[in-house]
Design a binder for this molecule. Structure first.
Ligand SMILES: C[S@@+](CC[C@H](N)C(=O)[O-])C[C@H]1O[C@@H](n2cnc3c(N)ncnc32)[C@H](O)[C@@H]1O
Length: 912
């Protein structure tokens, strides 16, 4: 359609809507075109948005504040919605509270008259389907308050039609006034006293209504309502006096809400919705796009956005639509079976039932661009171009960065796709035959990632990454181009194109209005329109556009020819694919080949790939943590966030409680046991000496760690007293050693897992365990363990310290026996390297002595405890000793000390 005839059709449209100017509809296209220019001039005078830049200083301030106004307006709408929702919630809450209060009162009232009527509300089938009722409405059970004191008060639902209707509206929120009639009947009860309605099988089956006092009473006046509720009272009291075990707790009435046959009919659906197919049944989706720059602009973008949402909802439309004062820009997917209805909705004039003719219809530049290849629904669902219908209000439909907008109505010649095709074809031939001086300038005003994968032959990409950068590039590119070439006659013509045509409108407006170019044209409908027209009208012609036309939806591109023009960002191979980096913090839009998309998990680099992988792991962990747990103490919390201990260790604790209950508190336990395992596993040789075996809990932990140290040093044979991973544990108590030897024996044979734990549990059935001989040895993995009975561990250690024992030096010594001679142990270990190697670690347990070291440090001693409190006196005495040890060892220059407040205090002393 030429510029003149397009303008003429617009004015005819105006004329059809404006009876005061019927003459317009009869005029010739040339006259109408002149009228359009005059009309545009008038509108430009009135509208700062449409006037020429040099004539509108007021427009600048307006445009700068447009964003702010939009935000404020949106906030205001949200605030009002929130307030309305809150008001409705408050009303519900108040009503429920009142009901609860009345019920509570009724249980204590003594006059025997229930304060509420139970009302069963039954809607007729037509209303049931119209109202889309929720569960509460379907059950139809509500309560109506009985008047207190003033019996005739009109605000009670059981006293007046008005109040009853108000109560019904609160119950059925979707019920429209004047659409229904009300009637009442007394309840029909089953044997258990449940109210039956006319749909219940018992009534359907013909069980007689046992108390039809007034049948069904129409509720037309206040006296009808009062009579119905009075009958309900009578029925209740009679029923109660006849039937002692009556299930009726209060007077009950059935209210029938029936569609009024005389109610005015709802307005008929618009013609484009008549006989429309179900969009959910569509086997395909059709992609489309359009834009419109209505000459008067869109005065209320919010209202327009709302009406677009409302009008397009029945089609199951998806897409991204921007609405601004300057116009509408839409990229959409429509179920193909309702496509014609949708097109009618957007394009029908008012008199034919259209609703959008003031913003779309005649103002859509080049109509609606419909993709000729519908997408199969399964394919669409697996890779949706759009997931929702987003209609958003923006300050502009394409952000151009101008402080004051140009006149989008004056944007050069709209060249039809076939003319464009012919021109490019001729230019290409001219170029090939060396006639380059007559070639047009063809500007590709899309972004660089778009032009990299597809463009017209001979086109010059602007090379911008953002549309806003185009102006500077254009200014430089055309600075030497003559501006006075006559329109339509010159062989040389500046032309521009983009994806759907909308950006060209702005580019051409800039070329004509700001750069003064007089011979500018643009590809009508952009590349999408070109592709569609060529495939429909010249299917045999070779397209002049090569490669992929990038589109702004989930498809990312539509292939027009098989040419691979792009260069993969990550490997440099030729490709036609454009993608976004999947790392949300990067989101780089890039050309990337299929192979690299797989190899880099859809990201642009190894760094982004690592980020995405870590993020996925993070999500998995976060899902695990989502469970809400209350912890009793910080120990409880740390336990929950540590790897659970091995099953055999838990069984050792149970056995200890069973065999040696008075010493059960002495085992190292969960957290300390794990620490001992970790420390042993980190030693160079996995050699540990434990002083004080008790039932073997810490021994098992050390042995587990020592075996790991052996694994790490690739020790092939188990350690021995002379070298390699080896745990020696000293104990004087034979009973304790008996239990310990059973535990370590089970560990050596069955491991620390479930099997070991089952075997250990069997020990409790035995009752007693003995220890024969002086020592016993076990092999666990690549570590050996010896349990040695000794009457005095300190003497044994001192003997070893002389360097005459078979045991070569240890990496760790755990001092956990008699607590009164700690410093002697440390002295025996530090003064020589025969028992503990240089750099080795001494661990001393219970160095906080139940926290009493704090009192000891303040000078509090055993004398401060009551004379009869022997236990306390002993504890304080030991705490004083422990404090003296702690104070002395930290000053010893031969060692470095770290005291941990773990459990009862664990001091780590490193021999330097
Ligand atoms: C606190 S328990 C050891 C707990 C063990 N280390 C654990 O963590 O499961 C102390 C043990 O040292 C032993 N013991 C105390 N004085 C001793 C000594 N002079 N010689 C050898 N063993 C001694 C006790 O019989 C007792 O079994």
């Amino acid at each position: 359609m030429s510029r003149v005839s397009r303008a003429a059709s617009r004015l005819r449209f105006f004329a059809s809507r404006n009876p005061s100017q019927p003459h317009l509809a009869r005029q010739s296209p040339a006259f109408l075109y002149q009228s359009t220019l005059r009309e545009r001039h008038t509108i430009a005078q009135a509208s700062p948005l449409l006037s020429h830049p040099k004539e509108r200083s007021a427009g600048a301030a307006y445009h700068a504040s447009v964003n702010q106004q939009l935000v404020e307006r949106r906030n205001e709408i949200h605030r009002q919605k929130r307030q309305a929702r809150q008001k409705s919630l408050d009303a519900d809450r108040e009503r429920n509270l009142k009901l609860r209060h009345i019920f509570r009162e009724s249980s204590t009232s003594s006059d025997g008259v229930p304060p509420m009527f139970a009302v069963k509300v039954v809607a007729c089938p037509t209303l049931r389907s119209e109202l889309k009722m929720n569960g509460r409405e379907k059950r139809g059970r509500m309560f109506v308050e009985r008047p207190q004191g003033e019996a005739n008060a009109q605000e009670y639902a059981c006293n007046s039609v008005k109040a009853l209707r108000k109560t019904i509206h609160e119950f059925f929120r979707r019920l429209k006034k004047g659409q229904y009639i009300l009637s009442a009947s007394l309840p029909t009860l089953d044997e258990e006293g449940n109210v039956l309605t006319h749909e219940d099988p018992a009534i359907m089956d013909g069980v007689p209504n046992n108390h039809t006092l007034f049948g069904t009473l129409p509720l037309e006046s206040d006296s009808d309502v009062q009579r119905a509720f009075a009958e309900a009272d009578d029925f209740f009291f009679k029923h109660r006096s006849l039937n002692e075990t009556s299930a009726l707790k209060r007077p009950t009435i059935v209210l029938h809400v029936t569609k009024d046959p005389d109610a005015p009919l709802p307005p008929p659906p618009p013609p484009y919705l008549e006989h429309m197919a179900d969009p959910r049944a569509s086997p395909t989706m059709t992609m489309l796009s359009f834009y419109a720059f209505p000459p008067g602009g869109i005065p209320d973008a919010d209202a327009t956005a709302d009406s677009l949402r409302r009008l397009w909802r029945p089609f199951g439309a998806l897409g991204r639509i921007y609405v601004a004062q300057e116009g509408v820009n839409a990229q959409m997917a429509i179920p193909s079976n309702v496509l014609d209805n949708f097109l009618d909705c957007c394009t029908l004039p008012d008199e034919k039932g259209g609703k959008l003719s003031d913003v779309l219809g005649p103002y859509m530049e080049n109509g609606i661009n419909v993709d000729p290849m519908p997408v199969d629904m399964a394919e669409f669902r697996s890779n949706p171009a759009f997931k929702n219908l987003h209609v958003r209000v923006r300050s502009q439909i394409v952000a151009d960065g101008f402080e004051t907008p140009l006149d989008w109505q004056s944007a050069g010649y709209d060249m039809p796709p076939l003319e464009w095709h012919q021109k490019i074809k001729e230019s290409k031939m001219a170029n090939e035959t060396g006639q380059s001086n007559s070639l047009p300038i063809v500007l590709d005003c899309r972004n660089d990632y778009e032009t990299q994968v597809g463009k017209f032959d001979l086109a010059e990409p602007l090379g911008t990454t953002n549309f806003r950068d185009s102006w500077e590039v254009l200014k430089n590119r055309l600075k030497d181009t003559p501006k006075d070439a006559p329109i339509m006659r010159a062989k040389r013509r500046e032309t521009a194109y983009c994806t759907g045509g909308i950006r060209c409108v702005k580019v051409n407006a800039y070329l004509t209005q700001e750069l003064g170019m007089t011979n500018v044209s643009r590809l009508a409908g952009g590349v999408i329109g070109y592709d569609r027209t060529l495939s429909e009208q010249r299917p045999d012609e070779e397209p002049m556009f090569k490669g992929v036309n990038y589109v702004f939806d989930g498809r990312m591109g539509r292939r027009i020819t098989n040419d691979k023009l792009g260069t993969c960002y990550t490997c440099g191979a030729k490709t036609h694919l454009v993608t976004n980096c999947k790392n949300d913090n990067c989101h780089r839009r890039m050309v990337q080949c299929e192979h690299c998309q797989d190899a880099f998990y859809g990201t642009c680099s190894s760094a982004c790939k690592t980020r995405v992988v870590n993020q996925l792991r993070g999500h998995e962990e976060a899902e695990l943590e989502e469970e809400k747990v209350e912890y009793d103490s910080i120990d409880d919390y740390t336990r929950a966030h540590s790897t659970p201990r091995r099953p055999l260790l838990a069984e050792i604790e149970k056995n200890t409680a069973s065999f040696l209950p008075t010493g059960a508190h002495m085992v190292s336990g969960d957290a300390q046991g794990s620490l001992l395992t970790t420390l042993a596993s980190m030693t160079r040789h996995g050699r540990v000496l434990e002083i004080g075996t008790f039932t073997g809990y810490a021994t098992a932990c050390f042995l587990d760690g020592a075996a790991t140290a052996g694994d790490l040093s690739e020790q092939s044979l188990p350690g021995t007293p002379e070298g390699g991973p080896f745990v020696l544990s000293l104990e004087r108590d034979r009973r304790a050693l008996g239990v310990a030897s059973c535990h370590i024996g089970v560990m050596a044979k069955h491991g620390l897992g479930e099997e070991g734990s089952k075997e250990a549990a069997k020990l409790r059935e035995k009752g007693t365990v003995d220890f024969d001989g002086d020592s016993v040895s076990f092999t666990y993995s690549c570590a050996d363990c010896e349990l040695l009975q000794t009457n005095d561990a300190l003497a044994t250690v001192e003997e070893m310290a002389k360097g005459q024992s078979k045991y070569s030096p240890f990496d760790i010594v755990f001092v956990d026996a008699d607590k009164t001679r700690l410093y002697q142990y440390v002295e025996a270990l530090v003064s020589n390297d025969n028992v503990l190697r240089k750099g080795g670690l001494i661990l001393v347990d219970n160095t906080l002595w139940k926290g009493l070291v704090l009192d000891a440090a303040r000078g509090y001693d055993s004398e401060d405890a009551a004379p009869q409190d022997k236990k306390n006196r002993r504890a304080r005495k030991l705490a004083s000793k422990m404090h003296r040890f702690n104070s002395a060892v930290v000053k010893d220059a031969r060692v470095e000390v770290l005291q941990l407040s773990l459990r009862d205090g664990l001091t780590m002393i490193r021999k330097i």
